[in-house]
Design a protein around this ligand. Structure first.
Ligand code: BGC
Length: 798
């Protein structure tokens, strides 16, 4: 943006009234920003993503109830991250950007790059990884792709938003090292490498401060340290204290309109509580974005090309977990295809990211087109997770005597969704029992898993091959067929560890918290960092994945310029098999002798290469000072500890192929608090107590202070424990409990959201006016009854 335009925007803000500037700071409706006719400022549109466009058709209604326009449903982040291919993510972003251009959407609300702290988080399918480096690279590539089309993105949910339970009010209690080294890194990388137009603050509090009003997070870290140039908006309904949020560095409240808060802003300027310069700066940032959005000219996209791309990315992201020779399928074989998911694949997650796809490919059709002969039996019902004996017996009969059986299984919608977390890692009984029943009649089984997060596989020794197809987007069916038949050689690698049991996960004892507080006691030991530190066996390690070919790691050279504090690892890799294929060369760094608590090794670089049979290639992975640093909370900065580092070229976090050592001058570190393995692992489980956790903080642990009486942040569940709350909310809760009595994903999401909702959000969902609530909360008299009719939680039915 030229200086001329910047001056013009500044001058325009000077001509605006206080009310006009405040008006810009909240949305016009659910999906649009305010414009100002008098000044020719148009209203631009933002809509959900991130694995496609979810633009609601027709007028953007306040409730978000309208069906969204057709768009390409690309593989969600759980899948695309397994590609470990930034180029693919960039292409996906580019294509989604093109769809935004055609649909006149200025900003797409994604990517979601929160860390997968626990495999139980209901929204993990929307996030990339348990590893911050990988998550950051994927997010940055996607943003760069979208923004290359002149369309903005919204990096979300900033930050430490790692569960759905009580998501509007939860308090993520995280020590600073864990925040800096794990939870903030994906955002930091994405901001520095891609400058998203906007960042979306999360609903939750971090160490007791709501993200929307967290000045340290939004101004000190995001803008001052990382150099963020765009604007910050709330997640939908994440606003707590409007004036405080503006001061902290949050410009836009969504959705809108919010005349009550707009007035608070104007009043605060008038009474001297808020410096008008802060509001002017917010208005300038908003106008800057609106101006950028207006530079794009409408153009049609090529839906067929996008479908093809969705198929390529889905196939490239599939992870082959096991193969005792059954794959690829043989053209002259006679197979059974079992599992209702083969007919109706689960291809995306539920909630705000749900895309209305152009078409959904069916694997049965694609296998037929590829000349594979098979018979199909559904084996289980899609609507229920209990065993249907007749369907199971029919499936077993169909499987008997075949050359091989391909079973499609995984997680139904009702098992994982935005809005609630899982409570276990099991697949439905109807799926696991089916695999066992088929295994009893035919040992030649391939299981294709369609799921958005980790599942346990107690049956894995009884099957020959396992293909993790995750959630493949609208081309999931054809992409699966591509990999099963060998048209595409699988090159996906796990972006998260598959543990052997839920009890093995590092935050088992602290997910998803008691009440509102969630103590991240495992600190930096997330995912493989924990399993390696605790020496825990796992089902499949982070970074793992097989191929139809093999690769050798031949040589590794390490170059380091001590003065420039930069270097690179050069690794030569060869395709030693007979099939062309892709390998993900991963670079991990560890330090065996260290005065600080640290992971055994951490991912600090990777590169995906595609090699013909017999072909070798030198892979170059850059390193810098940060690759070796830890966050020193005493110095409030990144520091390299002096001594010897181990650098590994690896094909997973546990398959270390080559290693080198490097001595760095660095600093002698001491006094940085941490845990010893022996003190926090009890009976094979991570179990730090409050006192041990306290050591990681400089003072007291920032837990939620006890509230006296009902406040705007009291949840419905909490309010119902008092007579006043019952009187206020009884009608509403009864109405909704009756309406959503089912076991499906929508009912579970609705009820869990309702009970965990703070009273202030009831206003956003239209149940009551915020002014009424503000009056009620302080008083002792009998409040008016809020009834179910008023609450438009239905907006989540999208
Ligand atoms: C979700 C966001 C989403 C927004 C708008 C929120 O509930 O957390 O990810 O972008 O709704 O639909």
């Amino acid at each position: 943006m030229t200086n001329g335009i910047k001056d013009h925007i500044k001058a325009m803000v000077k001509t605006m009234t206080l009310e006009e500037k405040a008006l810009l700071c909240s949305g016009k409706n659910f999906w649009q920003l305010e414009g100002i006719e008098r000044l020719d400022i148009p209203s631009i549109m933002v809509t959900d993503g991130p694995h496609g466009l979810r633009k609601q058709a027709g007028e953007a209604d306040h409730l978000g109830l309208n069906q969204s326009v057709k768009a390409t449903c690309f593989p969600p982040a759980v899948t695309s991250a397994s590609s470990w291919d930034e180029a693919a993510l960039y292409e996906m972003g580019q294509a989604i950007g093109e769809e935004c251009v055609q649909e006149e959407v200025a900003v797409i609300l994604g990517p979601g790059t929160n860390i997968k702290r626990s495999p139980l988080c209901g929204r993990n399918f929307e996030y990339f990884s348990e590893d911050p480096y990988l998550a950051g690279e994927m997010a940055a590539a996607w943003i760069n792709g979208v923004q290359s089309q002149g369309i903005g993105t919204s990096l979300k949910h900033f930050a430490a938003n790692n569960q759905e339970k009580a998501r509007l009010v939860s308090n993520s209690v995280v020590d600073e090292r864990a925040l800096r080294e794990i939870y903030l890194v994906p955002f930091e990388k994405a901001v520095k490498q891609a400058q998203p137009w906007t960042v979306m603050c999360s609903y939750n509090r971090i160490n007791n401060v709501y993200s929307c009003e967290n000045e340290w997070l939004l101004t000190e870290v995001l803008r001052k340290e990382w150099g963020f140039e765009g604007l910050v908006m709330t997640d939908w309904g994440a606003m707590n204290d409007r004036v405080k949020a503006l001061k902290a560095g949050l410009e836009l409240e969504m959705p809108g309109p919010d005349p009550h808060n707009d007035k608070k802003i104007a009043d605060a300027v008038r009474n001297g509580e808020l410096d008008e310069a802060v509001l002017d700066r917010a208005a300038e940032r908003l106008l800057t974005m609106i101006r950028k959005a207006c530079e794009v000219r409408k153009k049609e996209y090529d839906a067929a090309a996008h479908h093809k791309l969705a198929r390529r990315i889905a196939a490239e992201s599939a992870v082959l977990l096991k193969n005792d020779g059954m794959l690829p399928l043989k053209k002259d074989g006679s197979y059974a295809v079992i599992g209702a998911f083969a007919e109706a694949p689960r291809y995306q997650g539920a909630g705000s990211s749900k895309i209305n796809p152009h078409q959904v490919d069916c694997v049965l059709d694609s296998l037929r087109e590829n000349g594979i002969a098979f018979e199909y039996a559904p084996g289980y019902e899609l609507e229920h997770d209990t065993i249907n004996q007749a369907l199971m017996e029919e499936a077993a009969a169909c499987a008997k005597g075949r050359d091989g059986v391909i079973v499609f299984a995984g997680l139904p919608d009702s098992y994982e969704s935005e809005g609630f977390d899982r409570t276990h890692l099991n697949m439905p009984e109807s799926h696991t029992a089916l695999i066992e029943a088929v295994a009893a009649v035919n040992p030649h089984i391939t299981v294709v898993l369609l799921c958005g997060s980790v599942v346990l596989m107690p049956w894995r020794e009884r099957v020959e091959s396992i293909l993790l197809a995750c959630l493949g987007g609208e081309a999931a069916g054809s992409a699966c067929a591509d990999v099963l038949t060998g048209a595409v050689n699988p090159s996906g690698r796990l972006a998260e560890t598959f543990p052997l049991s839920l009890g093995d996960t590092p935050c088992y004892e602290n997910f998803a918290g008691e009440g509102k507080d969630v103590e991240y006691r495992e600190s930096i030991f997330v995912g493989y960092r924990y399993y390696d530190w605790a020496e825990k066996p796992v089902a499949y390690p982070f970074g793992y994945g097989l191929s139809y070919t093999t690769f050798s790691y031949d040589t590794m050279d390490l170059i380091w310029d001590e003065e420039a504090e930069k270097g690179e690892a050069r690794i030569t890799v060869t395709n030693t098999g007979k099939t062309a294929g892709g390998e993900v060369v991963q670079l991990y760094i560890g330090k065996k002798q260290s005065a600080v608590m640290r992971a055994v090794r951490e991912l600090k670089g990777f590169k995906k290469v595609f090699l013909q049979p017999g072909e070798s290639q030198e892979v170059v992975i850059g390193l810098d000072k940060r690759s070796f640093s830890i966050y020193d909370t005493d110095l409030s900065g990144w520091t390299v500890e002096a001594g010897t580092y181990q650098i590994y070229a690896a094909s997973s976090s546990r398959e270390l192929r080559l290693s080198r050592e490097l001595n760095l001058q660095g600093k002698q570190l001491s006094g940085i608090p941490g845990y010893d393995v022996s003190e926090v692992i009890k009976d094979g489980r991570f179990s730090a107590d409050r006192e041990q956790f306290k050591r990681l903080f400089k003072g007291e642990i920032p837990l939620t202070p006890a509230a006296s009486g009902i406040t705007l942040n009291t949840t419905v569940k909490e309010a119902l424990t008092s007579e006043k709350g019952k009187a206020l909310l009884g009608g509403l809760v009864e109405g909704y409990s009756a309406q959503y009595a089912g076991e499906d994903d929508i009912s579970r999401m609705m009820l869990s959201m309702l009970f965990d909702m703070p009273l202030r959000s009831l206003a956003m969902f239209g149940a009551v006016k915020i002014e009424t609530l503000e009056e009620i909360v302080g008083e002792t008299g009998t409040p008016p009854l809020i009834t179910g009719r008023g609450l438009s939680l239905l907006l989540y039915l999208r």
